[in-house]
Design a binder for this molecule. Structure first.
Ligand SMILES: [Zn+2]
Length: 336
């Protein structure tokens, strides 16, 4: 059964740069409209988290800062120019984290849950980064680890989930990261040699796709999800960021909604074999059609035909040079 965590307040929340905030909000609105029309799911009302929950991952100093800026009457930046703060942001942050924890709570009864406004994978313990004021993903993973669950994370987004990697680098969590990488594209992290340390040694996979990669390269990258079969997780968290789409304003990958449909389908197939719970997140997305990637992912995940959600058009194929480079990187990672 599919559950979608939803609160109408999501329609007005975005921590993105002022230039793309409206687009970010439109994505969430168009998503819920099409999802209600074309998918079947139960809507789950989120509960707001308490301030103390933030301290499970973030420093007291940083949480105090979030509270302070929330009282400032004008908009400003939490970092050097990406992530905004605005009046009342603290309440919104608590709602975002509460949404993820509500998903966790309800996952006892619903085996696939999606949090459209979630997956803030860049935030670090003491600072905001890349439109992410708090790290809802790490808070949730830490809770699962405390409950002795076996956790795997599939993070698909145009951008490497640096905050998640940093905070879970030494944890026994399988981390499969698929993102655009050329050494300098934001956030610049995600070398394939970064394989984890301590209990996390060998469990961190950075599949950095060359910029300009299309659906065919993405399909190849999905083969890394087979690692789930050996790891046997009891929970799989999926950050399904749709900013790798071809029409995204933060130009990186050339993906269409087909890639997100395939991602959902592949996760569901392995879930049927292994019987884990899925908690998934909407991640980033800053294009006219980002919402189609979100609905595509859920259609694949919940076993709805692609035609019902209106997926049509050609899949993108990648220029030979870029395709070969992607293959080379993936083979090197598989050998390491
Ligand atoms: Zn992103």
């Amino acid at each position: 059964m599919l559950g979608v965590v939803w609160d109408d307040r999501f329609l007005n929340i975005s921590f993105s740069h002022p230039m793309i905030r409206d687009m970010s909000k439109a994505r969430i609105r168009k998503f819920i409209e099409l999802a209600r029309d074309s998918l079947s799911f139960v809507e789950i009302k989120p509960e707001q988290a308490s301030e103390e929950v933030l301290l499970e991952v973030h420093t007291r100093e940083y949480v105090n800062k979030l509270k302070e800026v929330s009282k400032v009457e004008h908009m400003g930046f939490l970092d050097s120019g990406d992530t905004v703060h605005y009046p009342g942001i603290f309440e919104d942050v608590l709602l975002v984290v509460g949404s993820s924890l509500t998903a966790l709570e309800r996952s006892k009864f619903i085996d696939q849950i999606y949090v459209p406004l979630g997956g803030f994978h860049h935030a670090l313990p003491n600072k905001a980064m890349g439109f992410c004021p708090v790290n809802d993903v790490v808070i949730t993973v830490k809770r699962l680890l405390n409950n002795r669950e076996r956790v795997a994370l599939v993070d698909v987004d145009a951008h490497h989930g640096n905050g998640v990697q940093e905070m879970l680098y030494k944890e026994k969590v399988l981390k499969i990261n698929v993102f655009a990488y050329n050494g300098s594209f934001f956030p610049g992290t995600g070398r394939l040699e970064e394989r984890g340390e301590g209990e996390g040694k060998g469990l961190n996979y950075n599949i950095g796709l060359p910029l300009g990669s299309g659906d065919d390269v993405f399909e190849d990258a999905l083969s890394f999800l087979d690692l789930l079969e050996d790891f046997h997780p009891s929970y799989v968290l999926v950050v399904a960021g749709v900013d790798g789409m071809i029409d995204d304003n933060l130009k990186s990958l050339n993906l269409t909604p087909w890639s997100y449909y395939s991602l959902g389908k592949k996760v569901a197939k392995i879930q049927r074999n292994l019987g884990f719970n899925v908690i998934s997140y909407g991640g980033g997305g800053y294009g006219e059609n980002s919402y189609l990637g979100m609905v595509g992912f859920l259609a694949g995940l919940s076993g709805v035909s692609s035609s019902i959600v209106g997926l049509k058009g050609e899949k993108t194929s990648t220029d030979k040079d870029i395709f070969d480079e992607a293959r080379k990187r993936m083979q090197a990672l598989k050998k390491s």
